[in-house]
Design a protein around this ligand. Structure first.
Ligand code: SF4
Ligand code: FES
Length: 369
């Protein structure tokens, strides 16, 4: 049955952003990689034409921002064509990259066909640390070089930094580095334990003292650098009072497409075993957004249990993160254990404290090594 705009709006507003994970291939091997343990093979990836159709459908659905991610999106030989297809669909395109695989000529080609914004990840503030964490020798120098080329072309740059126990002390240097590289925005996100990151939980889990000190440090830096650098900060929630509104609410703002065309309400949604996901190769993005049982599973508030069901914050944080509820409570409809009202809050704190409680510098476990 064909539904009109008003009927569809009752199901959900149109999505604003799409994260297109165009490939899982990546030259880096970050120990906090949130991609699934089982990566999708290159042979299964959507073709250029298939992605172009997805971008067109996304724009028709209402998507404004397209984030091209991976793996490393530049590992796709057709990355310039993909950006051109996104531009043709009238999407504002942001490339989220490690910087590896982009030379000056390729950068120019991407900008020429319509790339509007670049997010460059850094794994450390010096060559030794960055190359160790990224598991890629020579990576740091190439990132710095790319940032210089981007600056010379006046394309807006965001620096992305994942923070964890081993690098939280260097956040002031990360802020300085972002300014030095000409970034207008720095995104500091505390490591989230999905996918491969779970393998390195003990190596990466920050202590409560570190989290509190970082929160203060970021607040001070925001004030000091107002008008010069915007700092987005995703704090760790293990020791927090309330959870974050993960994805801005399930099926509310964003839509993720994996390298093979599987459409997910969030990056880690495949960790919820009760859900099945549709593929753009068989079902239109429109039908998936509005009618997929997986997208509708945690929309609105009807699915909630207590204490969320009668909580005044239920339309502010939407009960937190469904994947974290699944991972810790074993139930995706449970209150996110990061919330102080969850009966599992103490268990979550204990889990974090136990993982962070080591004076040894543990070695990272790298994917495929
Ligand atoms: Fe959010 Fe649920 Fe906690 Fe209320 S009880 S603050 S809705 S997670
Ligand atoms: Fe899936 Fe938070 S990561 S809902």
């Amino acid at each position: 049955m064909e539904r009109n705009r008003e009927q569809l709006a009752k199901i959900a507003p149109p999505p604003m952003a799409m994260l297109a994970e165009v490939t899982h291939r990546c030259p880096l091997a970050c120990p906090y990689c949130s991609n699934p343990l089982e990566l999708k093979a290159a042979s299964q990836e959507l073709t250029t034409e298939e992605w172009a159709s997805v971008f067109q459908q996304a724009a028709e659905l209402g998507v404004l921002h397209l984030h091209l991610s991976g793996g490393e999106p530049a590992s796709r030989r057709d990355i310039v064509e993909l950006i051109a297809a996104a531009e043709k669909a009238d999407l504002y395109t942001n490339l989220i990259t490690s910087g590896i695989g982009i030379n000056e000529k390729r950068l120019d080609a991407m900008i020429d066909v319509g790339l509007k914004h670049i997010q460059l990840s850094i794994q450390g503030v010096d060559e030794k640390t960055a190359d160790l964490v990224g598991g890629y020798k020579g990576g740091y120098k190439r990132k710095i070089q790319l940032a210089e080329w981007i600056g010379a072309r006046s394309v807006p740059l965001t620096v992305n930094a994942v923070c964890h126990r081993t690098n939280m002390a260097s956040i002031p240097d990360m802020i300085d580095l972002a300014i030095e590289l000409g970034a207008g925005r720095l995104e500091i996100a505390t490591v989230q334990f999905h996918g491969w990151a779970i393998e390195n939980r003990s190596q990466l889990m920050p202590t409560r003292e570190q989290v509190e000190a970082t929160t203060q440090l970021v607040a001070d830096a925001r004030e000091r650098l107002e008008g010069k650098l915007v700092i987005d900060y995703v704090p760790a929630d293990y020791y927090a009072t309330y959870p974050k509104a993960c994805m801005g609410g399930w099926g509310r703002i964003g839509i993720n497409v994996d390298p093979t065309g599987l459409v997910l309400p969030c990056h880690a949604a495949e960790s919820i075993p009760s859900l099945n996901f549709e593929n753009t190769r068989e079902t239109s993005l429109h039908d998936i957004w509005y009618h997929s049982p997986s997208f509708n599973a945690f929309r609105g508030t009807d699915w909630m249990q207590e204490p969320c069901r009668s909580c005044e914050r239920k339309t502010a944080d939407f009960g937190g993160c469904r994947c974290q509820a699944m991972a810790i409570a074993g139930d995706a409809t449970a209150t996110d254990p990061a919330c102080h009202k969850s009966p599992l809050k103490n268990r979550m704190i204990e889990l974090a404290e136990n993982a962070a409680d080591t004076s040894e510098q543990l070695e990272f476990v790298y994917r495929g090594r």
